[in-house]
Design a protein around this ligand. Structure first.
Ligand SMILES: Cc1cc2nc3c(=O)[nH]c(=O)nc-3n(C[C@H](O)[C@H](O)[C@H](O)COP(=O)(O)O)c2cc1C
Length: 209
C-alpha cells in the first residue's frame, strides 16, 4: 500500500508513525517550571544525535485536546535545563502515571511516588529509581508544523553529566542489558522488554578502499 501523508489527517499519520518507528526508547524528562514546580513526563520520539558534545533530542507535540504546548517544553524554554531519565521495567507504571495532562502546578514526582534526587549540574532533580539519567542543558529548539494540534517542537539537549547505576557496568564499562532492563514503546498502549538478542559483526572495508 502506498500512503500519501497529505491525503490523511495528522492523527492517521501519527498512528502510522508510532506503529512503524518501533521499539522506541523513552525519555522520562524531569524539569522545573519558572516558579520551581517539579514536572515529569515521558517522550518516545527520542534519540541521541552526536557524541562531541554528547547531545540528545526529543519531541514535544502539541496537545491533541487543545493544541497547546506541553509543560515540559514551557519549563525547558523558561529554565534551559532538564534531566532525561531512562525507563526500566521497575518504573514503567509510575512513568505512565506522568503521561496524564496535569495542570502545571502539580508536582508529578509526588503523583508518581518517585524520589527526586538533587542533580549536580542542573536544577531539575533526577529520578532516583531510574538506572541511568542524563543531566542536560538546552542546546536548541526547533518548531515544526502548525501552532496547534499536530505541530511539535524538537528539543535538543547537551548532556553535561551522566549518572549510571554502578551495577549496570561490566568490567569493560559496557552496559549490561539484563541489569538495565529497558522498556520500549510500541504503538498505542503497547510496550516491549528486551527479548531475544543476537550479534552481527561488521565486515572490515576491503584493503585499498
Ligand atoms: C510512553 C509514552 C511516550 C510518549 N511520547 C511522547 C512524545 O514523544 N511526544 C509527546 O509530545 N508526548 C508524548 N507522550 C505524552 C506525554 O507524556 C503527555 O502528553 C504528558 O502529559 C506531557 O506532560 P507535560 O505537559 O508535563 O510535559 C508520551 C506518553 C507516553 C506514555
Amino acid at each position: 500500500m502506498i500512503i500519501d501523508p497529505s491525503q490523511q489527517t495528522y492523527k492517521e499519520n501519527y498512528k502510522l508513525m508510532i506503529g512503524s518507528i518501533v521499539p522506541r526508547p523513552i525519555a522520562f524528562v524531569s524539569s522545573l517550571s519558572a516558579d520551581g514546580v517539579r514536572n515529569l513526563a515521558p517522550f518516545s520520539f527520542f534519540t541521541g544525535i552526536s557524541t562531541q558534545p554528547p547531545t540528545i533530542c526529543f519531541t514535544s507535540s502539541r496537545r491533541a485536546s487543545d493544541g497547546c504546548r506541553k509543560d515540559t517544553l514551557n519549563n525547558i524554554e523558561a529554565t534551559g535545563e532538564f534531566v532525561v531519565n531512562m525507563v526500566s521495567e521497575d518504573i514503567v507504571v509510575p512513568m505512565n502515571e506522568c503521561a496524564t495532562d496535569f495542570s502545571p502546578d502539580v508536582d508529578e514526582f509526588e503523583v508518581a511516588g518517585l524520589t527526586p534526587v538533587a542533580s549536580e549540574r542542573v536544577r531539575p532533580p533526577r529520578v532516583g529509581e531510574s538506572p541511568i539519567s542524563f543531566e542536560c542543558k538546552l542546546y536548541q529548539t526547533l518548531s515544526i508544523g502548525p501552532e496547534g494540534a499536530g505541530g511539535g517542537t524538537l528539543i535538543i539537549g547537551e548532556i553535561v553529566l551522566f549518572h549510571v547505576r554502578d551495577d549496570l557496568f561490566d568490567e569493560r564499562r559496557r552496559i549490561l542489558m539484563e541489569r538495565f532492563r529497558p522498556v520500549g514503546r510500541l504503538g498505542g498502549p503497547e510496550y516491549t522488554k528486551i527479548g531475544e538478542r543476537f550479534k552481527l559483526e561488521r565486515k572490515k572495508p576491503p584493503a585499498g578502499g
